[in-house]
Design a protein around this ligand. Structure first.
Ligand code: ISE
Length: 341
């Protein structure tokens, strides 16, 4: 496929899918958007109509089967990912699947087993922070030994606001899932235990929703990760990660200078502005992720987080949701890769 333009279909053209349609059509080399599908056919037509030569498919499975589609971006809700992934695997089509891979570890395991049975990796999971230049550089620095052994990570993950439908479990499965992958990526290890605590909710949290949440990961190598996830902070999108080693530390996502103060109603008071949305903060990371996926797919390989990473993150999130209910530590049980065959 190396010498041909990589033709892409996008399943789901809500906020994230429409964003990917724009980047594929404007900023990604050697690729072309050819087909989109969405249960809201008017929305699919509207997105397709923005670009030359883009059609709409009647549904996700028709898009996956279409001969004009070389690769698939899945940007539909996580609740429908399993069937779409299994179809992509069956058709042998390289797939970039937005997180979460699926909704629970059992369905994630079925996807991983199907890919293993097919004898070819085609699934890349949309953990785009791995492609963010700051996180990538942090990984290099931690791996260089310059700070000694990595002892801890401290993550902050704040959104400006979310709809009332974004419940406590979604804060774990859809938001904290990024910190789960960041911890696995930076430590190069699995998470063996997760604890999710429930501070007194913000007055902006809907009735019954635990927002913010504080959580802890224990890594298999003994390292610890602390996380604050707060998705209705009323200010903007703030994502930071501080890695602490035995002889030094490094922070990703910290403003360049000055006292960093934020307050609702005052757009960013640190001498700059605070992004209002994750697509602004990570636009470069998404572009690099999509370009890496296209380049790898054209070369017949998968780059970055694959099906195992999606399964492991889903299993940790599942344990996190259990801990959210009990407030107690929950151990993470992953299958051994050998059992996949
Ligand atoms: C959203 O789906 C994302 O992936 C963003 O990166 C994250 O910050 C946000 O909380 C999620 O809802």
């Amino acid at each position: 496929m190396d010498d041909q333009v990589f033709r892409v279909g996008i399943i789901g053209v809500g906020r994230m899918g429409a964003d990917h349609a724009e980047r594929l059509s404007r900023r990604i080399a050697n690729a072309r958007l050819v087909l989109v599908s969405d249960p809201d056919s008017a929305r699919a037509e509207a997105v397709a109509g923005r670009y030359h030569g883009v059609r709409t498919a009647s549904d996700a499975l028709a898009l996956i089967a279409d001969d004009e589609v070389d690769g698939v971006v899945i940007a539909s809700p996580g609740s429908v990912h399993e069937g779409q992934l299994l179809a992509c695997i069956e058709h042998g089509k390289p797939t970039l699947c937005e997180k979460p891979l699926t909704m629970d570890s059992e369905s994630a395991l079925r996807v991983m087993r199907a890919e293993h049975a097919k004898g070819r990796s085609v699934v890349q999971v949309g953990f785009m922070r791995r492609f963010d230049p700051e996180y990538e550089r942090m990984k290099e620095l931690l791996g260089s030994g310059r700070f000694g052994r990595t002892l801890m990570l401290h993550n902050t993950h704040r959104n400006k606001d979310m709809p009332p439908s974004f419940r406590s479990e979604m804060i774990v499965r859809d938001s904290l899932v990024h910190e789960i992958d960041v911890a696995r990526f930076l430590f190069g290890e699995e998470i063996e235990e997760i604890t999710v605590l429930s501070p007194r909710p913000s007055s902006f949290a809907p009735e019954g929703v635990v927002d913010p949440q504080v959580s802890f990961f224990r890594m298999t190598g003994g390292g610890v990760v602390t996380n604050e996830v707060f998705v209705r902070n009323q200010v903007g999108y703030e994502v930071r990660c501080e890695a602490v080693g035995e002889t030094g530390s490094v922070i990703a996502g910290r403003p360049a200078t000055g006292l960093y103060t934020t307050s609702s109603g005052v757009a960013g008071a640190w001498g700059g502005t605070i992004p209002q949305d994750f697509r602004a903060r990570f636009e470069r990371a998404y572009d690099l992720e999509l370009q890496a996926w296209v380049d790898a797919s054209r070369a017949g390989s998968v780059v970055g987080p694959g099906a195992w990473d999606g399964y492991a993150a889903t299993a940790v999130a599942e344990a996190g949701i259990e801990s959210l209910a009990s407030g107690q530590p929950v151990r993470v049980a992953l299958v051994s890769p050998e059992t996949l065959s």
